[in-house]
Design a protein around this ligand. Structure first.
Ligand SMILES: [Zn+2]
Length: 299
């Protein structure tokens, strides 16, 4: 394996190649809690993991962006998972290089081109002040996996957001889920993401369901989402071409109810109104990002 590939590997457990679980932290380089959560659970997991169960791969996403604490260097790595970019000759930007290295590592070195026995969990955080949720790829096994977390899960988001690793790997046939654990750089986000890892490892059969960390983690996920809507679908994406000119109104957070025509943001000096009622999702309170907000509805 090449040296640059090695920089993406945090750790790898297990010898049995029948079942594989891939967990990525830092697909966005400013989202350091995913890597922190992996490092937090690893010592305990190593004590209790039965090597015969399968392989667990812990990876870093955008390594150069993690080094500088930015969402990405030039292009959002989590919008580049499209054949035109994966197979392009573009070597000018670090993010294209990260894309191709990570793609080759997952598709060839880990999965060996077989995806029905691979689970992909992508750990993220957001700039809004509260909320927790899972996003499945659009295949049924991913939807069931996302549902199992006990936190809100949002259908149709993966289809509406081109170029995510989530959807790319889901379309290959993997069980593929994004877990959004909380606000960037908060201890709660690391705690929640660690809980999501324990839950999902047990859900996928890599550790026992009655293991203490699993039971505690599942209770935590239920407790922190007890007042939130559970099953949602995306109804609107406010895509941005020039995020510099976009300012979200203050006070929005994940799952805050919004009314039709409510003033949500200012873009190019124009008021942006909500196209419908529903719940706010991922309001943008940071500079870098290609989406201003999303509107979701209960399903
Ligand atoms: Zn992210």
């Amino acid at each position: 394996m090449t040296a640059i590939k090695q920089t993406h590997i945090i750790d790898r457990l297990g010898s049995n190649s029948k079942h594989k679980f891939i967990i990525v932290g830092g697909m966005h380089g400013n989202e350091v809690n995913g890597v922190a959560a992996i490092e937090q659970i690893l010592p305990r997991l190593k004590q209790v993991f039965d090597k015969q169960t399968g392989q667990i791969w812990f990876l870093k996403g955008n390594v150069p962006a993690l080094k500088v604490g930015e969402r990405f260097i030039d292009k959002d790595l989590n919008r580049l998972w499209l054949d035109e970019y994966i197979h392009s000759e573009d070597t000018t930007t670090a993010d294209f290089q990260s894309l191709r290295v990570l793609h080759d590592l997952i598709i060839n070195d880990i999965c060996h081109g077989r995806f029905d026995n691979c689970v992909f969990l992508d750990l993220h955080t957001f700039s809004a002040k509260s909320g927790i949720f899972a996003i499945p790829a659009s295949n049924q096994k991913s939807i069931e996996f996302a549902r199992s977390f006990g936190v809100p899960f949002i259908e149709r988001l993966s289809e509406m957001l081109p170029g995510t690793a989530l959807q790319y790997l889901g379309q290959k046939g993997m069980t593929s889920v994004v877990f959004e654990g909380g606000t960037h750089n908060t201890p709660e986000a690391t705690r929640n993401l660690a809980a999501g890892i324990w839950h999902s490892l047990a859900q996928a059969g890599f550790i026992k369901n009655d293991f203490p960390e699993v039971l505690q983690s599942r209770q935590l996920l239920i407790d922190i989402s007890k007042d939130l809507p559970h099953h949602l679908e995306l109804t609107y994406r406010h895509k941005l071409d020039r995020y510099q000119d976009f300012t979200m109104q203050p006070g929005y957070y994940n799952f805050k109810p919004v009314q039709k025509s409510e003033s949500l943001a200012v873009q190019n000096k124009q008021v942006v109104q909500s196209p419908s009622g529903g719940f706010m999702l991922m309001p943008l309170y940071q500079k870098k990002g290609s989406d201003g907000f999303f509107i979701v509805k209960e399903k």
